[in-house]
Write a protein that binds this ligand. Sequence first.
Ligand code: SF4
Ligand code: SF4
Length: 380
Amino acid sequence: MDLKELKVNIKQMILDDGAKLVGVGSQDRLKEAPPSGDMNYCLPGAQSCIIWAYPNPIEALENYFSKIERMSIKKAQDFAYVGAWKTAQKVAKYIEEITDYKAFPVIPNAKYREVNGKRYDFRKDDYAWPDFSLRYGAVAAGLGHLGWSGNLVTKEYGGSLYLGGVLTIAPLEPDPMAEENHCNRCKICVKACTTGYFPMDEEESRQEVIIGGFKEVYARRGAYSKCGIGCAGWVGLSLDATWSTWTPDHTSLKKHTHEEWIKNRSLRRDLLLKLLRDPNTPREIRKFNQKILASFAKVGITENVGLRPLIDTNPRCGNCNFICVADPKKRKELYNLLITSGKVYIDKKGKEYVKKIVDGKEVIHYPIPEKEYFSENELK
Ligand code: SF4
Ligand code: SF4
């Protein structure tokens, strides 16, 4: 089989598995990228990356941001991460079976390189290097460019998507790079973040990301733990305290500057103690937080979010990524849904509910729980 046919077949296989975008990039385009753009770390001699994307369904996003329910996003996220890993293994196997070229399936998330003997430096709390950056690969493969949030932004689906990828020694012809960056600097991603992980105006300057000769410009990265705590769903409250993420712990990390968060380590320690152990924290909230910790520990062991069981897939923030849909008008609409969606609480029995003010009156509703949305078998 010649390389042209191989590329066509691989792309079709990926689209048949449910991805909506797929492209091919080259190591040459990534030669000036940071370390996570070097394919040789995973596969010595690799020349090509095949990268694909699964977007979030718009209706699921509307329900998620308005807090009607979050099970549709849970389903989409599980489909994307588990699917990305399965497809990556299938494609790598296919390449190796029908050609003499080696191939490497990239883990979609949660795997980081060891640098100076550490995978992540808790003291510095700033960088973690994936084995291979799917975002860099996606830029090299012509899917889009990095937006202000640092996420990949595509013309077709914005940044509200998940990525999968395979590296191979096969010298496939790269697809053209995206000509335009479709991030319009609306900064809705910054406004939708309750932790202040990345700022409104300051660009990242500590490392340059140059791909295919283009410089990717995005917001300065903050402390990883700020996003980690918020994204996990341990805390999440808007600065004006009117809306939360999908968490009953109403603390806004946005009020702490990046410098304060990094320097004042007792701030982080005290917060974690409050979330997990402090008897003054309601028992049901501590239990909720401990469950999140257990789910994260499981992913930590496998270092592969593609192996995460559905029951441990619990999107509670992800706002900066989810909200960045392609249509700027829709993005604004989603943001308006978010800021009028109220706050999540948890009752004595551990059931989550949402409280919001409508026409001056308090309204409460219980979103659909996972046991009613998914079958017992799916949740095993
Ligand atoms: S939300 Fe707006 S500013 Fe943020 S990455 Fe998307 S398009 Fe860019
Ligand atoms: S995932 Fe949530 S907490 Fe993390 S940067 Fe995005 S919006 Fe902020």
